[in-house]
Design a protein around this ligand. Structure first.
Ligand code: ZN
Ligand code: ZN
Ligand code: FE
Length: 765
């Protein structure tokens, strides 16, 4: 990338004394203090000219000493503003106009507007020290920000990013703020959400009935926490429910009220010593935790504390984040305890983001509300990340990360609707695929509306008229129906992309791979081309097409979705397939309905077939007595991973017959070992080892057939850190090039769909 940038600098530069240059910079260069940075840099080098935001990036005109112009270009690349991401710099010699000074010119708003949207940014160090400095005029002001930090995506109504097109437009700047805003030398020059206690938004504490509490919010907050109350807090991308994470009773109360049996809550604390006392915090995890994006990082728990059983029941991991906004910085400063911070919603409903909705829907959940009067335009959940063996995975792309984009070579404008679970969508425009924030699970009608609103808003942002609509192959997905209706309305073609091809294409695109690859799509559920449910798929693929080379041997899914909720059904199906059910029945304590389930299987009633790896995890998790009922997606697999002994080196047997991978032998061995009282953690460890063996066995077979190809890993199963570790440290790992998709679960589907969709449109021409 760096070479490309430099190659466009004309050689003639070296030979003249005074030069005029026109420069075009593309990337994340708008709304990040780029123009004042350019102004300062040019002025400090005594260069004349001007800088302007344009639809296709930032344009600079420079005049002056050749060496200084070279210096300017060097510094531009080596030391850009903290939030800027330069993708390309193009330079061209221009005619000397003998300009006298350097000026910032107004934004050009005509034409299509194709710049990036910046995600919300965590509090910068300068603003933080002002926030905590009693002498500063923004001391303890929860909405302090500058060009290097503060809200972006969550307040944007339209592009270009300008105060008038944000939810800050209703606040008139006071004279002091305006002076900062208009001074190119100030850190707040053109910081669109600039505000202070005199002119900006403020916190309003309220009771559940909507009456304002006439006390300082700080006191209300402190009292509430002390009394073990649940507080609804309006943050950056939506509302959280919070309580004291060390208060067992409060944590229990929150879990009961949220009607969420066991889905884990996240914790917010700035106290890394406390984090270290409770969790294992590797250097790479600390880096991620304290990164500018400030995601929730999933950490391994090493020491229990009393409230943990209500915060992350049955798991060995905990989601931790440190404060990211000035409000959160103050919340923790005022209480000195870790906080439970969980998205404010009822079970699977979308996160609440308006004051009105909060009062209406959270009445019975929260005792106190900390409202504010800046509207959240684009709701955005906290991002969730995992880091292991120097690979990091985004399991929920949200605040601080989304929207983000990946470059592509393409002339088409398109929209990809993603999958039904953990939905995100993607829009293709101007050689780039932009991926949305996490939308949620589409089974909820409210979430479907949010998807459509956000799709339309993104198309508006970038002035896109899709020429093609892309969706999952599943005919009954809500996202498929929304996409095909959308395509009909716009009179454009719709393209269906197979779920696991999309998973793998996301990894292919992320790493910029060219040509064919061997893909391991190990996943929960995805509709296959044969109408069965896939999820244990080993493919040879590129961005256009795939061949299903190998897959897990299909097994019954007794009762469809019921089998996902009740892993015992999967276990019975697997044992029946392996001819082990009768023998196992005496030994295992099945529930009384097991005979009915067996009958369903033998008669084939309501028993779709699946090759899902997720269901294999479920069956093993149930067999080992680890999880009998799944209360949220992936619970049985997560608990199996949690139970597994990481240092176990033995493995379990399997067979591969032509195209199918058969785990019958594994079940026989597990039963035998259990009868000999080999502990569950040992067997869970061996199960993980076996999966890694299967992967490299398949890789070897396909390499023989197709030659050496990169291995791409995608699908929900790769959120399993132990498995990733087993693969990376496998004795055969060095024989291959390994690529793990950073968006392993269905949040990555839209990204892959977009690349498969546009590749196929191109090939048709
Ligand atoms: Zn700042
Ligand atoms: Zn002000
Ligand atoms: Fe999937």
């Amino acid at each position: 990338m760096a070479d490309e940038r430099f190659s466009t600098v004309p050689l003639s530069l070296c030979n003249t004394m005074k030069q005029s240059l026109s420069i075009k910079i593309e990337g994340l260069v708008q709304g990040v203090g780029f123009r004042p940075f350019v102004w300062k840099l040019a002025t400090s080098l005594s260069l004349a000219g001007c800088v302007q935001n344009n639809p296709d990036g930032v344009h600079i005109r420079l005049e002056g000493d050749t060496n200084r112009i070279k210096q300017f270009l060097d510094l531009l690349q080596t030391n850009p503003p903290p939030l800027a991401k330069i993708i390309s710099i193009q330079t061209e010699t221009a005619e000397l106009q003998n300009m006298q000074d350097f000026q910032i010119q107004h934004s050009e708003t005509a034409g299509d507007f194709s710049t990036h949207i910046m995600p919300d940014m965590s509090l910068c160090a300068d603003c933080r020290s002002e926030l905590l400095n009693p002498a500063d005029r923004r001391y303890h002001y929860p909405f302090i920000n500058c060009t290097n930090c503060g809200p972006r995506f969550s307040i944007i109504q339209n592009l270009p990013y300008d105060r008038a097109a944000t939810s800050m437009s209703v606040f008139d700047m006071c004279a002091e703020c305006a002076a900062e805003y208009n001074n190119p030398a100030d850190r707040r020059y053109h910081a669109q959400p600039v505000a202070c206690p005199a002119c900006g938004p403020r916190i309003i504490p309220m009771l559940p009935d909507g009456t304002a509490i006439e006390r300082p919010w700080r006191v209300v907050w402190q009292d509430a926490l002390e009394q073990g109350r649940i507080v609804a807090i309006k943050g950056i991308g939506g509302f959280h429910l919070a309580c004291n994470a060390l208060d067992e009773t409060a944590a229990h109360l929150l879990r009961t009220r949220k009607q969420r049996e066991s889905k884990p809550f996240a914790i917010m604390t700035p106290d890394l010593d406390w984090v270290r006392s409770v969790c294992r915090l590797a250097a790479e995890e600390e880096k991620l935790l304290t990164s500018r994006e400030r995601p929730i990082v999933i950490l391994k728990v090493k020491n229990d504390f009393p409230a943990l059983k209500y915060i992350a029941p049955g798991l060995d991991t905990l989601g931790i984040m440190i404060p990211y906004s000035p409000l959160h910085e103050l919340l923790v400063a005022f209480t000195d305890t870790p906080l439970v911070m969980t998205s404010a919603n009822y079970s699977s409903e979308p996160m609440i983001h308006t004051n009105q909705d909060a009062l209406c829907k959270l009445q019975d959940l929260a005792d106190v509300f900390l409202m504010h009067n800046r509207d959240i335009v684009n709701r955005c959940d906290d991002s969730v990340c995992i880091s292991t063996n120097n690979h990091f995975f985004v399991t929920r792309p949200g605040r601080g990360i989304a929207p983000f984009s990946i470059n592509c070579k393409n002339a088409q404008e398109a929209v990809a609707f993603g999958a039904d679970l953990k939905n995100t969508f993607a829009v293709v425009h101007h050689d780039r695929v932009s991926i949305s924030q996490y939308i949620g699970d589409l089974e909820h009608p409210g979430t479907q509306n949010i998807l459509m609103t956000n799709v339309n808003r993104h198309l508006d942002f970038f002035k896109i008229k899709p020429q093609v609509v892309i969706h999952d192959l599943h005919p009954d997905y809500f996202s498929t129906r929304l996409a095909t209706r959308f395509a009909r309305d716009k009179n454009v073609p719709a393209i269906a992309v197979q779920h696991h091809h999309a998973h793998l294409a996301a990894g292919h695109a992320e790493y910029g791979l060219a040509g064919k690859a061997i893909g391991f799509a190990l996943d929960g559920t995805g509709y296959g081309t044969d109408g069965t449910i896939w999820g244990g798929e080993i493919m040879v693929f590129d961005r256009q097409q795939f061949r299903r080379e190998l897959h897990l041997k299909p097994v019954c899914l007794p009762g469809g979705d019921m089998a996902v909720k009740h892993p015992q059904r999967m276990l019975i199906a697997y044992l029946h397939q392996a001819g082990l059910f009768a023998a196992a029945k005496d030994f295992l304590a099945f529930s009384p309905d097991c005979d009915g389930i067996l009958q369903m299987i033998t008669l084939g009633v309501n028993c779709p077939l699946t090759s899902s790896t997720g269901r294999l995890f479920d069956a093993v998790s149930c067999l080992l007595g680890i999880c009998n009922v799944q209360t949220y997606d992936g619970e049985a697999a997560m608990r199996l991973e949690a139970a597994a002994s990481p240092h176990e080196i033995e493995t379990l047997p399997y067979t591969i017959n032509e195209k199918t991978i058969d785990c019958s032998l594994m079940f026989a061995h597990l039963l035998q070992h259990m009868q000999h009282e080999v502990p569950a953690d040992v067997l869970a460890g061996r199960f993980h080892n076996m999966l890694a063996d299967i992967i490299f066995d398949c890789a070897e077979r396909l390499t023989k057939k197709h030659g050496s190809l990169p291995l791409v890993f995608a699908g929900g199963v790769f959120q399993n850190r132990l498995l990733v570790e087993k693969i990376l440290t496998h004795k055969k790992a060095a024989d291959h090039k390994l690529f793990f998709c950073s968006y392993p679960n269905d949040s990555g589907i839209a990204l892959g769909q977009a690349f498969v969709g546009i590749s196929n449109v191109k090939s048709d021409e």
